[in-house]
Design a protein around this ligand. Structure first.
Ligand SMILES: [Zn+2]
Ligand SMILES: [Zn+2]
Length: 273
């Protein structure tokens, strides 16, 4: 493989992938995917993603409670997340945010725990991974209010407008594009991705969800991030190799794996180059 790719957002411990992790990671390596950020969505999930990150050199973890689970969070849970975050391979707090599309938890409850987890990230000295769906204005408002305490972050599966993209870029955030970028009807997302500065863009699978073309509808996995890389390359008129190089570097920068934070560097920990 002549290039290496990073998948900035995966859920390797969701039921669809959890029992075939070895095979999934081996296919990822064959595709050149040598860095995977395994994202927590709740208490138990956060414990699992850290365990997986501890086991595999190329896997890093984030801990947090997804807005869907906001209604069942207790104050003690934040302490548990903080304890999990002490592991050297935990690179961010996330995914946290607001989801007013499915509204599995009341809006105000989502907003409360979003703020609490942003504060947790500040205390822990870590960037944040943000999920927002049909809630961009409220998400931006909360991030802008807490701007002084923000240490950087990633808007995952970004599908907002160019104006929204700029608002998040102004906060110092990276924008991460998923397999949605390859969907025939996603022209608006492609138009935005085309204009995002190449030093602020990441690619992700959000696997097992959102498999890109030509695997759409199947269980997604990190190896498929190659399709999103190819689409991003086309949009910017650069090679897939160059896109891989840039998004790899951006992923290191976004999660402070380039030595900015106290995290170990990928070069040290990941055997492959
Ligand atoms: Zn999400
Ligand atoms: Zn996710």
């Amino acid at each position: 493989m002549s290039f290496r790719l990073a998948d900035a957002h995966a859920h390797l411990d969701e039921p669809q992938l959890r029992n075939q992790k070895e095979a999934v990671l081996s296919r990822a390596r064959e595709a050149g995917v040598n860095l995977i950020v395994n994202v927590g969505i709740g208490q138990e999930s956060s414990r699992q993603v850290v365990e997986t990150a501890a086991r595999y050199a190329e896997v890093f973890a984030t801990v947090g409670v997804h807005p869907h689970g906001a209604a069942s969070v207790h104050q003690d849970d934040l302490k548990n997340l903080a304890q999990l975050a002490a592991h050297s391979k935990v690179v961010a707090v996330g995914e946290i945010g607001l989801d007013f599309y499915r509204r599995r938890s009341p809006e105000q409850v989502q907003e409360h725990w979003f703020r609490e987890q942003l504060a947790l990230a500040h205390t822990l000295g870590k960037p944040v991974v943000i999920h927002t769906r049909e809630a961009t204005a409220a998400t931006l408002k909360i991030l802008q209010e807490g701007r002084r305490h923000l240490l950087g972050g990633i808007m995952h599966c970004f599908q907002g407008s160019l104006e929204e993209a700029h608002a998040f870029l102004d906060l110092g955030f990276f924008l991460s594009f998923s397999g949605v970028l390859t969907f025939p009807k996603a022209e608006p997302v492609r138009q935005v991705a085309k204009k995002v500065p190449l030093d602020r863009v990441l690619i992700e699978t959000d696997c097992p969800y959102l498999a890109p073309q030509p695997w759409r509808g199947q269980v997604n996995e990190p190896a498929y991030v190659t399709a999103t890389a190819a689409t991003l390359a086309q949009l910017h008129g650069i090679s897939t190799e160059e896109t891989a190089r840039l998004t790899w570097q951006n992923t290191l920068a976004a999660f402070w794996l380039d030595g900015k934070g106290k995290n170990i560097t990928v070069a040290e920990k990941s055997g492959r180059t």
